[in-house]
Design a protein around this ligand. Structure first.
Ligand SMILES: [Zn+2]
Length: 360
């Protein structure tokens, strides 16, 4: 008997965020985190019969549970300040993009000065030149956060599994920084909402091809939320380069509640699924009472953003392993950039989870 699909939370407000490309090694390139992603996923969900619900609006107070308020304020005003400074006319850049960065070794242990120039202020909060801010970026990021928060509230109310179709994605956004096409950390917001709703211990399992350095940053000192990730080895030259290594295991009360399982480029299904099994064992050992899955499908063979080469069947096996935990589960969309396969990969993974009885 086919398993009944579970609800998905989606909003057309994701279209407000059109990064208009990115700047990589100084060169403007088209970029892969495009508006079509959100619409292709919705089409695939509709075709497969998933009920699609709109998110409820949440206030800034929810965002401040995982993000520094000053960063949220920055994101809200960055584009209008940029336009007011005249950059769209001279030198002709209508998206916010930093040109200088507040590296820790340059500014640590000195009084913090927020730069007056909007072009420099961007380098306080944005970690790279591939995370551009346009007119509607903040509103779309808030809408994506609302999708994740709504999904978490549905899980708290007893819905066994919910999927938040978040775009822009979130797992590279930390407590006080944006980066990697991410602005607000949707998965962290969902995990925090579960905690605030009374779930004692939460596990985040991150299947995206890249390490979720933002989610790790937010929970690194905490023992109540396990962050665990399988991703392409940053030591082999892959984003986010600076973090995502196996010896990052948490700090203080969070010691032991951070698990990184880097895998080699082109590893394929076998080693990747062994790592997924490790993440599931860690979630069980953490005695998690709810699960947040950062569902990036950019590890798939043919994706332009990763070399992992995971098959569609591999994602289904991963979903079955997650279903075996028998926990209330919130799926949060992260990466996935092969527009021809994105919808099918996401829906196939969710259907495999449902078919495996991924419900408490
Ligand atoms: Zn990714």
């Amino acid at each position: 008997m086919p398993a009944s699909p579970f609800p998905a939370v989606w909003t057309e407000r994701h279209r407000l965020h059109d990064p208009g490309g990115e700047v990589w090694v100084g060169v403007p390139i088209p970029g892969t985190e495009v508006v079509a992603r959100g619409d292709l996923i919705r089409e695939a969900l509709e075709t497969a019969g998933f009920p699609i619900l709109p998110p409820a609006a949440h206030g800034a107070g929810h965002l401040h549970r995982v993000h520094e308020p000053a960063m949220v304020d920055y994101l809200r005003t960055a584009h209008q300040d940029w336009v007011a400074a005249g950059y769209p006319e001279e030198p002709g850049q209508d998206r916010v993009v930093p040109y200088t960065f507040a590296l820790p070794q340059m500014v640590a242990d000195r009084p913090f000065r927020l730069p007056v120039a909007p072009s420099a202020r961007a380098g306080v909060y944005i970690a790279d030149t591939t995370t551009l801010i346009g007119r509607g970026t903040f509103d779309a990021a808030v809408a994506a956060a609302d999708c994740a928060l709504t999904a978490a509230e549905m899980a708290l109310a007893g819905t066994p599994a919910v999927y938040a179709v978040c775009r822009p994605p979130g797992h590279h956004a930390g407590r006080s920084f944006c980066g990697g096409s991410c602005y607000l950390n949707n998965a962290a917001l969902a995990a925090q909402a579960l905690r605030d709703g009374g779930v004692d211990r939460v596990a985040v399992v991150d299947l995206d091809a890249h390490h979720g350095n933002g989610t790790q940053d937010i929970f690194y000192d905490r023992g109540d939320v396990l962050y665990s990730s399988v991703h392409v080895d940053p030591g082999a030259g892959w984003f986010p380069h600076f973090v995502g290594y196996a010896d990052e295991q948490g700090r203080g009360p969070g010691e032991g509640a951070n698990l990184n399982r880097p895998v080699a480029p082109a590893c394929g299904d076998g080693p990747w699924l062994e790592a997924v099994a490790d993440l599931c064992r860690a979630a069980a050992a953490h005695r998690a009472a709810a699960l947040v899955v950062s569902l990036g499908v950019d590890g798939a063979a043919g994706d332009p953003e990763s070399p992992l080469g995971i098959s569609p069947a591999g994602f289904c096996r991963a979903a079955e392993a997650l279903a075996g935990l028998r926990l209330p589960t919130v799926f949060v969309q992260e990466g996935g950039y092969d527009l021809n396969r994105l919808g099918g990969l996401v829906v196939g993974t969710l259907e495999a989870f449902a078919a495996a009885g991924g419900q408490p």
